[in-house]
Structure formats: C-alpha cells, structure tokens
Design a protein around this ligand. Structure first.
Ligand SMILES: [Ca+2]
Ligand SMILES: [Ca+2]
Length: 73
C-alpha cells in the first residue's frame, strides 16, 4: 500500500513537470533543438532579442534554458 502511494506521487510529479515543459516557449524558440536559443532563433520573439545580450550572462552567444528563465515577457 505504501509503495502504491509513492508510485502515485511520482506519477503526479512526473505529469506536473511534463506540463511545465509543455507550457514553456523555450522548446518552440529552439528551432534546431540544440538546447539553446541563438540570436537568430530569438528573432521570432522581438522582446527576447532586445534583451538577448543582457540575458546571455556567460556571453557564449546563445541562451541556455537557465538564462532564458530570467527573461520576462
Ligand atoms: Ca537552438
Ligand atoms: Ca549563454
């Protein structure tokens, strides 16, 4: 019984993280799917492009998912 509760909890947590990922526009912007948003990919979202250099804190010319999380509409 205890194992069933743990399994159910894990399933719920897994579904929540899937929903969170589906709600993110990161994957939509990352059109080549390399896990980072390049400056040309950011052109799809002008506000993002305008903040691109500020968001690219490590200066590698691409936004990682954690850098993108600092972007606010
Ligand atoms: Ca990309
Ligand atoms: Ca970067």
């Amino acid at each position: 019984m205890k194992n069933l509760i743990i399994a159910t909890s894990l399933t719920v947590l897994g579904s929540m993280s899937l929903l969170a990922n589906a709600g993110s526009s990161f994957d939509m912007l990352d059109t080549d799917g390399n896990g980072a948003i390049s400056l040309s990919e950011s052109k799809a979202l002008p506000k993002l492009m305008a903040q691109f250099k500020d968001l690219d804190t490590d200066g590698n010319g691409e936004l990682s998912q954690s850098e993108y999380e600092k972007f606010s509409g």
